[in-house]
Design a protein around this ligand. Structure first.
Ligand code: ZN
Length: 240
């Protein structure tokens, strides 16, 4: 049986001389690995459809007992073309797709929404931050930002502890000695942790397009999920 399935290419590994194994995220089946013959040949008609970040229709015989399906053909539905011409957006999209590949849940809708917004905006770290917060919520590892995670005090918050998983007040921080942040950053960290794409238009008017927020959320994700992200280093390098 031929299955024609919509998917987003979230990973690509070159294989042998001209082939590749790509991973697509689909609404119906979650992640699927596809063997793409002739991936590297410029003349291949599948070449755009099977490129990283692209949204395409894929034709293959789905066999759930096999770990890799053989791609018959593919055609492009949408290329996120503004991502492809901006190296910083490519670095952000790489992190987004690597996370989508690492989590077990099917986040097809969230991924599609995130890449669409990344394509269309200059506030690339806002988009990444909202995505990361959605992932932290999904995994049940959101930081505690309604008071001090150690004592519950809601005043004199001065720090964020990765190890403790949330805000730390000035009294507890005598013991923890974590970095002290200014009030605006702490406020923004709280706002972003309550954010979602449902209120995206409002978020655009706030000052949340901040890589420092991204880095804090990434540290929480890496520490609590055990996900190893090799693409994140490029983004750190771009921001140094
Ligand atoms: Zn405290």
């Amino acid at each position: 049986m031929n299955d024609l399935i919509k998917g987003i290419v979230i990973n690509s590994i070159e294989y042998k001389e001209n082939d590749a194994i790509i991973t697509i995220l689909t609404n119906e089946y979650g992640k699927i690995a596809l063997y793409v013959k002739g991936y590297k040949k410029i003349t291949s008609k599948n070449v755009y459809a099977t490129q990283l970040f692209n949204h395409s229709n894929f034709l293959f015989d789905y066999n759930p007992s096999k770990s890799i399906q053989i791609l018959k053909s593919a055609n492009l539905i949408k290329q996120f073309s503004d991502i492809m011409i901006d190296y910083e957006k490519i670095a952000v999209a790489s992190v987004i797709c690597e996370i989508a590949n690492a989590v077990e849940d099917n986040i097809y809708d969230l991924l599609f929404k995130t890449l669409t917004k990344l394509n269309d905006t200059d506030q690339i770290y806002l988009v990444l931050n909202v995505y990361l917060v959605s992932i932290l919520t999904l995994l049940g590892i959101s930081p505690y930002v309604d008071g001090c995670v150690n004592c519950g005090r809601t005043n004199n918050i001065e720090s964020i502890s990765i190890k403790e998983g949330g805000f730390i007040c000035s009294y507890c921080n005598r013991e923890f000695n974590d970095e002290i942040f200014d009030v605006d950053f702490l406020k923004n960290f709280r706002i972003i942790n309550k954010a979602s794409f449902d209120v995206y238009d409002t978020l655009l008017t706030l000052n949340l397009n901040d890589f420092k927020l991204t880095d804090m959320l990434m540290q929480i994700l890496i520490n609590y999920s055990g996900i190893y992200l090799k693409s994140y280093q490029s983004l750190i390098n771009l921001n140094n």
